[in-house]
Ligand binder design. Structure first.
Ligand code: FAD
Length: 414
């Protein structure tokens, strides 16, 4: 680990971020913009975004634009539909048009290769802000700051510590105890491929059979069009991975409508399919302790469905910096007030989304046969799914988006 000497590191402004994932980099960009002296400590030799594609929502894009990310050719506009595996429409994501108008960004979802989105964030980091090969070990809080120790024995003093070190966060463990991670009984296969013919434009579909989900969205990879697709399956913890992933997924997709089987054929199973076993933790009610605050997967690992982890981690970083704006980090009371403000804005909101995502996962994948049949009838013939998505996913997200007025473009003139 080598710390750049040229960057400022002034007492009362020193922010140490542990982890250069989307949450840590978002927090660093936002805090740097607020005038803090920021360093990101990452245990890997270079930050590595996870493979595959990601869907980001409009408020996340607005945050990234605020950091300076160029949104041109950034993601593929998508309208999301829920269908059954006979292709019957159950719900078209009823997003609020005024959100898009406020931000000046149409719609709600955009698909892109995760590595591309992350690369555009990384480009904005000032030279020297990222310290690689820095494996966090522990921190010690003193009356006027923190001392952070790394596994190679190096130490650094800082005013606050942001734990953005992912699902197995050492910062979060020291601050809040063992995470008690539990497997949610689901496994996700994430894949992406080049475009194929015959798919309606700008349409993403989340499709359920009685047991599986198979979905696809348009996305951009390196600025070129393509598709991301994935399968969610019920699965026990530590279930062995199939020998032949293509064959295994092909058997599941036989029960799904076009284009899903064709998307598999257009995908290289060795380089374009990624397995994700889903773990959660019991929701925390606090994300801060003294001069330490955590965000992203370090405090709320997510499930698929409504809780998209990359977007939520990016939002966390933005909200943390907004709460800390103007604070003197030499003053514990100001830190505590800012962390409290951050928690007020985020904890209940995020916990609700993570818990709703888990609930949807259970409803779609864990019900025994007669109940699953009843569920399918209700979702096919009533507007219940539409109402659940509106009430438990979109309502809060829209409220949050409309409150982010500093990012709105309506009424602004250059
Ligand atoms: C295979 C897979 C697919 C996924 N697909 C999606 C998806 O399609 N959409 C979506 O929204 N979310 C998805 N997620 C979840 C999403 O990746 C996470 O929610 C998101 O990356 C969380 O960001 P983060 O910054 O909090 O943590 P992370 O991205 O986990 O970043 C943590 C960083 O901290 C570093 N670190 C860890 N320990 C230390 C240490 N001791 N010292 C220093 N650095 C440390 C790590 O190396 C890493 O760089 C997926 C996750 C996986 C595993």
């Amino acid at each position: 680990m080598a710390v750049e000497a040229g960057l400022q590191w002034r007492a009362g402004k020193r922010v140490a971020v542990i982890g250069a994932g989307p949450g840590g980099v978002s927090a660093a960009l936002a805090l740097h913009k607020q005038g803090f002296d920021v360093r990101i400590f990452e245990k890997q030799p270079a930050p590595k975004p996870l493979g595959g594609a990601v869907l980001l929502s409009v408020p996340v894009l607005a945050v990234l634009r605020d950091y300076g990310v160029d949104l041109d050719n950034f993601g593929s506009f998508t309208v999301t539909e829920f269908r059954n595996n006979k292709n019957r429409l159950r719900s078209r994501l009823p997003f609020n048009q005024s959100v898009g108008k406020s931000f000046g960004i149409e719609g709600w979802h955009y698909g892109m290769l995760r590595a591309n989105a992350f690369a555009r964030m990384m480009e904005l980091l000032p030279a020297g802000m990222l310290v690689a090969n820095a494996d966090f070990e522990r921190y010690t809080q003193t009356t006027d700051g923190l001392s952070i120790t790394f596994k190679d024995g190096k130490r650094i003093d800082a005013d606050i510590l942001v734990g953005a070190d992912g699902i197995r966060s050492g910062v979060s463990r020291q601050a809040f105890g063992q995470p008690e991670l539990f497997h949610v009984g689901l496994r996700v296969w994430l894949a992406w491929c080049d475009p194929i013919e015959g798919i309606p434009p700008q349409t993403g579909r989340i499709i359920h059979s009685h047991k599986y989900q198979a979905s696809f969205f348009p996305m951009l990879h390196d600025g070129k069009p393509g598709y991301e697709w994935w399968i969610v399956e019920p699965c026990k913890e530590n279930a062995p991975a199939p020998q032949d992933v293509g064959d295994y997924l092909g058997k599941i997709l036989r029960h799904f409508p076009d284009p899903l089987p064709r998307l598999l054929q257009a995908t290289n199973p060795r380089t374009q399919i990624f397995k994700w076993d889903i773990y959660n933790r019991p929701s925390l009610q606090r994300w801060s302790s003294g001069r330490v605050v955590c965000l992203g997967d370090a405090v709320h690992p997510v499930s698929p469905y409504a809780a998209y982890g990359m977007g939520m981690a990016i939002e966390d970083g933005y909200f943390l910096a907004r709460a800390l704006s103007g604070a003197n980090l030499g003053d514990e009371q100001q830190i505590s007030a800012a962390f409290h403000d951050f928690e007020e804005q985020r904890v209940a909101y995020v916990n609700h989304h993570v818990e709703f995502a888990r609930k949807l996962g259970n409803v779609f994948h864990q019900l025994p046969y007669p109940l699953a049949k009843l569920r399918d009838w209700v979702f096919d013939h009533t507007g219940l799914l539409d109402r659940m998505i509106r009430r438990d996913y979109l309502a809060d997200a829209e409220k949050m988006s409309l409150a982010m007025q500093e990012l709105h473009q309506v009424g602004r003139h250059s």
